[in-house]
Design a protein around this ligand. Structure first.
Ligand SMILES: [Fe+2]
Length: 347
């Protein structure tokens, strides 16, 4: 009995020790099922070695940090706060997870009516969309990805990013929610197509499932990320967010200097924010931004008063956390990211 208990304790400790936050999604098909468009060997290496490699490095880079359990989408939307290792590997994990989800050996070839309307508006036809994506892919120098994204104005756009960057990242100029992802790294095609990237691009469309793509499109409109991207066209909000992020993330690593020296500036920026013009898409009463912005201003003044009174770090942090929570009502992020992220897990 004693041995059994010890064994159970050992197994429990082993599981806890080896538990990984980010895990490799299953493909749902044999590697050979993607033939003849992608060969079995490429699929296997790409999935088991390359994608798994990004996941391992991401888990390692975040291990033991306060961001270890941060949802993947949240990391990407705030990637400017992370180092290059996290940028490359969080991007690598997200990008490949989306890529696998839209590829199917026997794909649905009919986009939904909603998606057809969206494509018609931005590209005239599916063929034109494919042409534009292939052209963008051919132009991408070196390694990278080509995307169909839903922009914050509700329109579709074709874009491309280098390395493992993607359009969710706050450092990227053309931002939006990815609907289609095409991997144009050589590891995605070199074994079968060698340097003939255009042949690979011609073939990949035979695997893209328009049912999944249509689903991505419709879900993107109700995603909290869509809401947050709209706020990026609000300059006063961006200025306030930058200062708040700096204060908040410094305090997280126990650097309280910004918290004690920048609250006056933050307070002034909260006043500019309250008096700023709310972007057209966000003016509806249902968002209640006027009420939230007043609350942020009040809490910034209170935080600054606490600093002037030489309050303890604990008291300052409590107020900062309250204000940070209020700010997230503007952003519509964090908690809701989980929902978006879990769509990618184990699929
Ligand atoms: Fe790849």
């Amino acid at each position: 009995m004693k041995k059994l208990i010890l064994l159970l304790v050992f197994i429990t400790i082993s599981i806890c020790y080896t538990a990984q936050i980010h895990v490799l999604p299953k493909l749902g098909y044999e590697y050979a099922a993607y033939e003849p468009f992608i060969d079995s060997h490429t699929m296997k290496i790409h999935h088991l070695k390359h994608h798994q490699g990004y996941i391992n490095k991401l888990n390692k880079a975040l291990k033991g940090t306060k961001k270890e359990k941060e949802p993947l989408s949240s990391i990407l939307m705030n990637i400017s706060l992370y180092n290059t290792t996290v940028r490359n590997n969080a991007g690598g994990h997200y990008n490949h997870s989306l890529f696998w989800r839209i590829l199917k050996p026997k794909p649905n070839k009919q986009p939904s009516e909603d998606l057809m309307r969206g494509i018609g508006k931005s590209f005239e036809s599916i063929n034109k969309l494919k042409e534009e994506m292939n052209l963008e892919a051919a132009k991408r120098f070196g390694s990278g990805w080509v995307w169909l994204i839903l922009q914050s104005n509700g329109e579709l756009k074709v874009t491309s990013t280098a390395n493992q960057d993607n359009p969710l990242m706050d450092l990227i100029k053309d931002r939006g929610i990815p609907i289609i992802a095409i991997d144009v790294w050589e590891h995605a095609y070199y074994l079968k197509y060698q340097n003939k990237r255009n042949d690979y691009l011609g073939a990949i469309w035979n695997l893209i499932d328009w049912g999944v793509v249509s689903d991505n499109y419709i879900k993107a409109f109700s995603s909290p990320i869509f809401q947050e991207l709209k706020t990026h066209n609000w300059p006063e909000l961006n200025v306030f967010r930058n200062d708040l992020s700096h204060i908040y993330y410094s305090a997280e690593i126990e650097n309280y200097a910004p918290l004690k020296t920048m609250t006056k500036e933050l307070m002034l920026k909260s006043i500019y924010l309250k008096n700023s013009e709310i972007p057209k898409d966000l003016r509806s009463d249902e968002y209640g931004y006027h009420v939230i912005l007043n609350k942020i201003e009040k809490q910034c003044i209170e935080l600054h008063d606490l600093v002037l009174e030489n309050s303890s770090n604990k008291t300052l942090l409590k107020k900062l956390n309250t204000m940070h929570e209020t700010f997230h009502q503007v952003q519509g992020v964090c908690k809701h990211y989980d929902e978006h992220y879990h769509e990618f897990k184990n699929k």
